[in-house]
Design a protein around this ligand. Structure first.
Ligand SMILES: [Zn+2]
Length: 304
């Protein structure tokens, strides 16, 4: 899942009349959501796209997502009584975003992640954080406004920056696993950026906390929006100052892997690499290609 090639048309977000007209346009496509779930078809083979005539007249709130493949796209949050009728009428099902996103094709997964981040923000910011009065969504869904005349504060969607890094040392890479992961899954180290830290500070602190390894340098690689809960994952290549491991409490295991050893384990299915559309997979794959000229994707194809 990467950034989506969508024209967000942010300049239209203040134009309520245009938004209303565009929402009603039969060519417009609308994603339906309900409390952390998304309407999908075929066990999440695709996101269901509706037009306004198929949706109830009143929805909780909408978000104007932008223009993709020459279609205007909205996401709408529907109320409980409309959930079952919508699902059966569209031959779809409301599936938890967390379950749906890994199954959806890439473009739909990115679109679902985008909608999910806005949905979560809307649901968790019903009240003004400054004065506690109810806050109302504006028509484009990118702003909530405090209803108190004295306050009137505008609230905007929040993102939590997190770093994720593949750490190398003398040709080996450092991977770890969390106890909640499927057996055999190993991945890059990651964690949220704390107030007062730069991204590079966060890389050094997280790697030290989770593995005891001291980072000598960190270089930006790429980033990925990640909607669980509402992160922006910022990917780094890091180089360790030394190899000494002292595992922290968060991980169940953390190890240095020689490339050959990792390849054998992945081919034998003793080790599972991260979900393919994730930034962690891309970091590992790019690091292997750049450092060792190795194609990680091929490890999955030819199994010994
Ligand atoms: Zn307020």
């Amino acid at each position: 899942m990467s950034g989506l090639d969508i024209d967000r048309m942010a300049e239209r977000r203040g134009d309520a009349n245009w938004l209303e007209q565009t929402y009603r346009d039969p060519e417009t496509q609308i994603l339906a959501m309900h409390r952390g779930r998304l309407l999908v078809a075929g066990e999440a083979a695709q996101v269901v796209r509706l037009d306004a005539s198929q949706l109830p007249g009143k929805v909780d709130y909408c978000a104007f997502l932008g223009r993709l493949n020459n279609r205007m796209l909205f996401a709408a949050s529907v109320a409980e009584p409309d959930v079952e009728p919508l699902a059966s009428h569209s031959h779809g099902q409301f599936m938890a975003f967390r379950q749906a996103i890994p199954r959806l094709p890439a473009e739909d997964a990115s679109l679902a992640a985008y909608a999910r981040a806005l949905d979560l923000w809307q649901r968790q910011h019903r009240f003004c954080g400054r004065c506690g009065s109810p806050a109302e969504a504006d028509p484009a869904g990118f702003r909530r406004i405090c209803t108190s005349g004295e306050c009137g504060k505008e609230h905007f969607p929040r993102l939590d920056p997190a770093i994720i890094t593949v750490v190398g040392h003398q040709g080996r890479c450092l991977l770890g696993r969390q106890p909640s992961w499927p057996p055999g899954r190993y991945s890059t180290l990651a964690g949220f950026v704390e107030p007062g830290e730069s991204l590079e500070d966060a890389v050094r602190r997280e790697v030290l906390e989770e593995s005891g390894v001291r980072v000598a340098s960190a270089t930006y690689h790429s980033s990925q929006p990640w909607p669980f809960p509402s992160s922006l994952m910022v990917g780094f290549f890091a180089e360790a100052a030394d190899a000494g491991i002292r595992r922290g409490e968060e991980l169940e295991d953390v190890q240095w892997f020689e490339v050959d050893e990792l390849e054998r384990a992945v081919r034998a299915r003793d080790i599972l690499l991260p979900y393919r559309a994730s930034v962690s997979y891309r970091l590992i794959a790019d690091w292997m290609r750049e450092q060792h000229g190795v194609d990680v994707a091929a490890w999955r194809e030819k199994r010994s």
